[in-house]
Write a protein that binds this ligand. Sequence first.
Ligand code: GDP
Ligand code: MN
Length: 377
Amino acid sequence: MKLHEYQSKQIFSRYGIPVPAGKVAASADEARQAADEIGCPVVIKSQVLVGGRGKAGGIKLARSVREAEELASQILSMDIKGLPVRKVLVDPAANIEQEIYLGITNDRAARRPVFMASAAGGVDIEEVARTTPEKIIKVHIDPLLGLRDYQARDIAIGIDLPKEYWKQFGEICRGLWRAYMECDATLAEINPLVILKEQSLMALDGKMALDDNALFRHPELAEMRDLDEEAPAETEARKYGLSFIKLDGQIGCMVNGAGLAMTTMDIVKLFGGEPANFLDIGGGAGADKVAAAMRIILSDKNVKAILFNVFGGITRCDEVARGILAALAEVKPAIPMIVRLVGTNAEEGRKLLADANMITADTLADAARKSVAAAGA
Ligand code: GDP
Ligand code: MN
């Protein structure tokens, strides 16, 4: 789950990281009031869950309250990379001396979190990463030991930070580390962390992504989810406890088990098709779950066929088949459906489905081949 800039900065602030005293506004009128209370100049910042807002024109400096209102109205009517702007953050403008990049993420290959930092922060950090990766320094952190003081110093030295800022930089690194660990984040990033003309450091932007699988431990963070920003299919999938990820292909995949779902997608590709989604309906999925999954898959207009790949272990195949039949009665899809059932009571399951106009397959390869053919027809 991604957090908005204003939410990330609220969290950062709780961990002692200095951030501008901004206000969120959902209308031009609210933005004018916020600008008036904060005092101009202010920066009007679009709140959308995508990077590169600055370059897309979603961040503007307003010198007066009237200008703040105008710019907010303009930004609130924008789409940034396909996402409509629904809120803006009104921040007091900062006098920037230098923009630094500072972030933490998981380095899966190293099996531990990694701090990344660069003296060349700001809107061109992706370009820096591509063309001059040596300008980004990395320090891996032992999750059990946590961030050590010498490591924060190593980062400061690595980005040539003047010595007078080391103490404050160390506090910010520790705050960011604690925010990352205590929130079960997968990303905590400040870009830019600026050296102000007033000779102190401040986080002007903030970005956090949280591990969905750990959200049950953080009800107050889970509440920060912005349903407006989420694809409706994903909201629906979460409601039914389905793991769903939308993809761009034509073959809808309904599978029980994450590993089997991955395999199914691979085989679909092997036979020349493209999966429309990843979907794990989980063990013991009843008719209501299957029906919800079917509705979610069918809400994607690119889907030309649905492939059911079910391995009945704990869940018996005849039960799954009944679930599929009940779902069919409810959803009535108009596209071909291919089903491969294997495992406990597979025979009974297949018999139940034989009358339902479904294409049955004996092997996964057979099912994939038939799905690709059906989708192409
Ligand atoms: P992003 O483009 O989505 O990463 O949005 P940022 O919040 O990082 O803003 C982009 C850029 O706008 C920053 O790198 C700064 O150069 C500039 N910016 C943001 N806030 C301020 C501010 O308060 N004062 C000034 N002068 N520039 C700002
Ligand atoms: Mn930024």
